[in-house]
Design a protein around this ligand. Structure first.
Ligand SMILES: [Zn+2]
Length: 394
């Protein structure tokens, strides 16, 4: 109301100046105001003109205020609509059995509080940055050739065996062969009970969701470098403190090669591996992908949950014990990722992935915004610590 009164007073002052002494109409046309309350105490020929202007102005102010109000109401209605849509979407998501939830709670509450592992998040983050510094790492690129050497140099002194699985692949989008390489670092290769930890090291040859340069390859700080960075640091930890099962750390090539919709040209390296595996086969596969997002939220991939529900519950329970709320035991998107070829061969496999980069609209995904500054050591630490803690319990 105070604002409205001030506005009215301004309008009357304006009107006064219009019909006032300087307007050439002379003193007769002056409107005299009582200075205390701003209302006229005398009138002359200009009075009616002033009042008319003032009334029109007041109507304009009232209409403007009502318009602002109705805009606010519209925004509120839109918010309510979005909230209702969210609720509806949540209701449509697959429901998990009460038994699963109870098991999750029992595991969370019954285990002792976890000690932190030796996982060095800063060193892992340095590896994330170092990969990006090599340039884009899509198949047949200069960056890929250098990256391959970079991984070998780190893994060779840590692992008991290194295997480079080189193979050729017909490029579906050009008249050439792709030279692809899966890197396999084996720990305690003599052990028959094995677990595969994997990530893809290739980066995408295009950025289809980028507004400006959709055809250029991406740097892949999160989509590529993050999973590898955590695995390189886990390799250092395994060298220091081996776990009970034998571990195969595999960095897959050609995960992200396909154009949108061409599912057959994704997961090239992992598909090749399941057809040419090193034996013995693993009892469990854990895939890390897009886990560097500074705003990390890892939800349950329904495909993984169907494949290995118990392992998913154990991992989320460990995260809850340590206090990493980045792991949320709620259903997320269904993933078509490097775990799928294993599941198709009957091997339990799960994907730890944050498909909300940085939020539910996933707006940095497959764009040139997928850069180092969008990732954080804390996110790598949460995933590294949880996976290592799970391994130490096997
Ligand atoms: Zn991708």
């Amino acid at each position: 109301m105070t604002l409205l009164k001030t506005k009215i007073k301004n309008v009357i002052n304006l009107a006064n100046s219009l019909v006032g002494g300087d307007n050439g109409l002379g003193d007769n046309n002056r409107l005299i105001f009582n200075n205390d309350n701003g209302f006229p105490v005398g009138k002359n020929n200009g009075f009616f003109v002033t009042v008319a202007i003032a009334i029109i102005a007041i109507i304009a102010i009232v209409v403007e205020t009502r318009h602002a109000l109705s805009l606010q109401q519209l925004q509120q209605q839109q918010l309510q609509r979005q909230q209702r849509q969210r609720q509806r979407r949540q209701q449509q998501r697959p429901q998990y059995s009460n038994l699963a939830m109870i098991m999750f709670l029992v595991i969370s509450l019954s285990s002792p509080l976890m000690a932190q592992t030796g996982f060095d998040a800063d060193r892992a983050f340095d590896d994330l940055v170092a990969q990006c510094d090599l340039g884009t790492r899509e198949p047949n690129s200069a960056g890929a050739a250098v990256a391959l050497k970079f991984y070998q140099e780190i893994l060779e002194p840590l692992a008991d065996e290194i295997h480079l699985q080189n193979f050729k692949y017909d490029d579906p989008y050009a008249d050439r062969k792709l030279d692809l390489t899966n890197i396999i670092a084996r720990f305690q290769p003599e052990k028959s009970e094995r677990i595969i930890l994997c990530a893809h090291w290739d980066t995408r040859p295009r950025a289809e969701y980028d507004k400006y340069f959709p055809k250029k390859p991406i740097i892949g700080a999160n989509d590529g470098a993050s999973g590898v960075a955590v695995l390189l640091e886990i390799a250092r930890q395994l060298k220091e403190a081996p776990v009970n099962p034998g571990i195969d750390i595999i960095l897959f090539d050609g995960e992200d090669y396909g154009a949108p919709g061409d599912l057959q040209y994704y997961l090239i390296g992992s598909r090749y591996y399941v057809d040419h595996p090193l034996h013995p086969l693993p009892r469990q596969v854990i895939l890390l992908d897009m886990i560097g997002d500074a705003n990390l939220t890892i939800k349950i991939d329904p495909v993984s949950y169907q494949s290995a529900p118990r392992v998913m519950e154990e991992i989320w329970a460990i995260a809850a014990e340590i206090g990493y709320d980045q792991f949320q035991f709620v259903p997320g998107a269904s993933m078509y990722d490097d775990h799928v070829p294993f599941i198709e061969k009957g091997i339990p496999a799960i994907d730890l992935i944050d498909f909300e980069y940085p939020g539910p609209d996933n707006q940095y995904w497959h764009t040139h915004d997928d850069t180092v500054d969008k990732c954080s050591p804390e996110s790598l630490e949460a995933v590294g610590n949880v996976v290592l803690s799970w391994l130490y319990r096997q």
